[in-house]
Design a protein. Sequence first.
Length: 220
Amino acid sequence: MAQSITLKANIRKAVGKSAVKKLRANGRIPAILYGKKSNLPLEIPATELRDLFHGKRVEKVLLNLEIIDTEEKKSTLAFLQEIQLHPITDKLVHLDLHELSSDEKLHAEIDLVFIGEPQALKSGTANLDISLRRLKISCFPKDLPNTIPVSIEQLKTGESLHVADIPLPPGVECLNPKNQVVLSLVATKGEEEMEAPTGETAEPEVIKEKKPKTEESKGE
């Protein structure tokens, strides 16, 4: 199951480009919490978000939001739906959060972790062609996995692994097509040439022996 992190946020009253720019300059990140009935603009201290980000990679976590207002303090469960990064500096500029309830399923993309190494890959006679690295899933918050492990040690040259072959954690439903290829173990070029030569075998030339001339043929 994915870990849970507590974030402290404030109701955001500043709107407009200049106000949001000033907000970021003061070390606070603007965010929106999308709820069932209404959406709530928030601001979150950048220091609160350190455990969520590792470079451009975002940890799959459930967020226990503590929303502080001048009148009351509200706690709610949320999921990080989308992040926006600055196109040049890659700094975080905005967060989209989705409010959850314990009895509501969420949709997420979870990283696949490939475990083991096929023998053909070890010997260098095949290469691994990976087509899918993340799986789209649906589950209740309590069942959200951090990653999905996939064993590939027994894969043979020429074989492919499909979505239907991936064992899912309890309570997790996959939304990808079952016949979608995840990865294939492809023979290296040298191995392919040895197994299936491309040149056609030349047909042997048949040389017929000339018959000696008979007396009858001499007279003709």
